[in-house]
Design a protein around this ligand. Structure first.
Ligand SMILES: [Zn+2]
Ligand SMILES: [Zn+2]
Length: 347
């Protein structure tokens, strides 16, 4: 098969022939149809310090995919050849305390697809059957290819109850944008989104934000005033990792406010700890997707809401043939408003 391969522990990727994967007894082989390019994949191609510390090269990267099952191992039940699927990229141990309690997203021995084991930037991919998610027929290949980052957005957005709540979203990359659409779907009252990019903020409005704030020019308080909010935000989604975002969020929360934090800071920063205590705020770290409640919520919400399908579809910026992968990676590097998808049927 053809695959995008990281041959050495150094910068670069190459489209080369690799051996076809074989399904172990409890695994399936999937013919990959579409893949999403993630920030993680850009780090892997660049081979920065993070990639050097986290990636087991040589390997095939890629973890956001949609495909068709072409082979099932003898111990696999409930998945059939021909099923249209995506997959959870965190492969868990099954025996640690959290795994045995059903909290598999908290496994202490996770292996990452496309990080420590061959991933989805290839014509074929093998995956444990327990990680496979079978799609409803109304999920398009492109939508299926972004279930992984959509899952990050859904996990963040549904961490705290949203009905009637006022929500502040800091950071409007693809995951922040999708979280806005999910919060709108899930019954939030006001949604305010912040970023420093005008196109991203325009997109945030399309996704359902009532007010947007360019924090390089104006203050989140102005948005509160414009909406006649009196007490601050009930729920916050920190999606940026920016050093100024969480302090500003804490400053704009109501007492007892709850913050779901997905943005990964690249360095330490200070917050107003006194306010955290006296305003009785909760901050919860969010990583990956709940296995598999987040997947269930994604599938169910998309199936029942054409509006949500349309909103989420907006974050797909471009679909390119896999043979044009270099162009696609360049587009993903340009940090526009949306996801870049590779079509593996065009090699
Ligand atoms: Zn990703
Ligand atoms: Zn475990």
């Amino acid at each position: 098969m053809k695959a995008l391969f990281k041959a050495e522990r150094a910068a670069g990727l190459e489209l080369v022939e690799r051996p076809d994967p074989v399904a172990a007894a409890d695994e399936v082989v999937i013919r990959v149809l579409r893949t999403g390019i993630c920030g993680t994949d850009l780090h892997i191609r660049r081979w920065d310090d993070w990639a050097a510390s986290a990636i087991d090269a040589p390997l095939i990267p890629g973890h956001e995919f949609y495909g068709e099952v072409v082979e099932v191992g003898p111990l696999v039940r409930d998945i059939a050849v021909g099923d249209r699927v995506s997959g959870e990229g965190h492969i868990v141990c099954g025996t640690c305390r959290n795994c045995r309690a059903g909290r598999r997203q908290m496994c202490i021995r996770t292996i990452g697809l496309g990080l420590q084991r061959d991933g989805a930037f290839a014509e074929y991919l093998s995956l444990p059957a327990t990680n496979v998610w079978v799609h409803h027929s109304d999920v398009t290949p492109e939508l299926g290819a972004i279930f992984d980052p959509l899952g990050n957005a859904v996990h963040t957005a549904l961490t705290f109850p949203l009905i009637g709540e006022d929500v502040l979203v800091t950071g409007c990359g693809p995951i922040g944008l999708m979280a806005i659409a999910v919060a709108r779907h899930a019954g939030a009252r006001f949604i305010v989104a912040t970023d420093v990019s005008a196109p991203r903020l325009a997109m945030a409005r399309q996704m359902g934000a009532d007010e947007v704030v360019d924090v390089s020019r104006s203050d989140i308080r102005d948005a509160q005033r414009a909406l006649a909010m009196r007490e601050g935000f009930d729920v916050g989604f920190e999606m940026s990792g920016a050093a100024t975002a969480l302090p500003a969020m804490i400053d704009n929360m109501n007492h007892g406010g709850r913050i779901a934090m997905l943005g990964l800071p690249s360095a330490g920063y200070d917050i107003d700890w006194g306010k955290l205590v006296t305003h009785m705020l909760t901050i919860k770290g969010i990583y990956g997707r709940e296995m598999f409640e987040t997947w269930n919520a994604m599938g169910a919400m998309l199936q029942s809401s054409a509006t949500l399908r349309e909103s989420i579809g907006r974050v797909i910026a471009e679909v390119l043939p896999a043979r044009d992968w270099e162009k696609a990676f360049a587009a993903a590097e340009s940090a526009g408003t949306g996801k870049i998808i590779l079509d593996w049927t065009q090699l």
